[in-house]
Write a protein that binds this ligand. Structure first.
Ligand code: HEM
Ligand SMILES: *[C@@H]1O[C@H](CO)[C@@H](O)[C@H](O)[C@H]1NC(C)=O
Length: 326
């Protein structure tokens, strides 16, 4: 082969590779890609899938906890919610009252330690958390969501003030909810769809006390409010441990959440208000009637929420264990 010919062949190869790589890049989230770990840790998705499945067998409420964990970590999706480190004058993120009821952080630690054995120092806790959340959705009957990977873990301790200011209070209304998700690039339709995550899980009485007793304003769903008041009596000493189901089919990811809220059975303020706000009601009705439409909008919302403002490339670190900054 002549030297010139060789240069041409190499040049063509470089172009083809550049094309393939650029196609794999995810728009609007520099540094993330589908198949990020295909070469360095092909076992990753299988490990997380079977891990989440077996943890769900021992505790069927695991998927709900993992999905909420994703939302609460995705003020950057940098696994900062998993960090335990505390000192006298420092309160870690998890201590924020906005994170009340957050569970299963240790499940992500466990998945990480299994991944570490097979692919040491390659995979971020942040990505494992996102993969666990999408398995949570799928294993409960929800859509299979393709998620771009390549997030890095935070290296700075984050304190509870961040969560206090960036996560919504439990009695947030439609205006603030829409503002919050718009900042993360979600459309109106996607913002309604992502709240459909409340098809899974539970709510502690503590988190609906203000809705039930401080500002009971909704005329709708009176009967359901009476039921909630019976389950969560005012001034109860156990409001931090008693729970109500977010929705009767609480272990299944389906569109019953939307059917229930339309019928006046929303648990949180936001659940109760979306069927009555003129901006959100068309989507609530559509998702209540068409589960595929819900799944599709939920999937794109999940990807946007989990790619907004993440650390990539040489930013941040890959932690050795998720609960410590090492
Ligand atoms: C305006 C937005 C939101 C508000 C105000 C909100 C608020 C809450 C509150 C107060 C709880 C009860 C926690 C407890 O008492 O243990 C809860 C539960 C839950 N939330 Fe949300 N949430 C919002 C959006 C989301 C999003 C975007 C997701 C996921 C993508 C999500 C997933 C969940 C899940 C799965 C549960 C059940 C958790 C469990 O059973 O442990 N939420 N939410
Ligand atoms: C209930 O939980 C909230 C929020 O975490 C906390 O501020 C409050 O002190 C708790 N109350 C009791 C009785 O433990």
């Amino acid at each position: 082969m002549s030297r010139m010919h060789m240069i041409k062949v190499v040049g063509a190869l470089v172009l083809v590779l550049a094309y393939i790589c650029s196609n794999d890049q995810v728009e609007g989230s520099e540094g993330l890609s589908y198949g990020f770990y295909d070469k360095v840790c092909p076992q990753l998705e299988g490990i997380v899938r079977s891990g989440v499945q077996s943890m769900s067998l021992t505790d069927p409420t695991t998927p709900a906890a993992l999905l909420r964990l994703m939302f609460h970590d995705c003020q950057g999706c940098d696994a900062s919610i998993l960090v335990d480190s505390e000192s006298n004058n420092y309160k870690s993120e998890i201590r924020s009252s906005r994170n009340m009821g957050i569970r299963k952080r240790e499940a992500v630690n466990l998945l990480k330690s299994v991944v570490e054995v097979q692919c040491p120092q390659r995979v971020s806790c942040a990505d494992i958390l996102i993969l666990a959340a999408r398995e949570a959705v799928f294993s409960s009957g929800g859509p299979r969501i393709d998620v771009p990977l390549g997030r890095r873990d935070s290296s700075n301790p984050t304190n509870s003030a961040l969560a206090d200011s960036s996560l919504p209070p439990s009695n947030v209304g439609v205006d603030d909810m829409l503002r919050l998700f718009e900042q993360k690039g979600l459309s109106l339709e996607e913002s309604v769809a992502i709240i459909g995550a409340h098809t899974l899980g539970v709510t502690h009485c503590f988190n609906i006390e203000s809705r039930l007793y401080d500002d009971p304003k909704s005329e709708h769903g009176r009967a359901f409010e009476m039921y909630l008041k019976l389950r969560c009596p005012q001034g109860s000493l156990t409001s931090n441990i008693s729970v109500v189901l977010n929705e009767p089919t609480t272990l299944t990811f389906d569109n019953h959440y939307f059917i229930n809220t339309i019928n006046g059975r929303g648990v949180l303020t936001i659940d109760a208000e979306i069927p009555f706000d003129p901006r959100t009601v068309p989507f609530v009705q559509r998702f209540a009637a068409d589960q595929d439409a819900f799944f599709q909008a939920f999937s794109s919302a999940f990807v946007k929420l989990s790619t907004s403002g993440v650390l990539t490339g040489s930013q941040g670190i890959i932690r050795r264990s998720c609960n410590a900054l090492n």
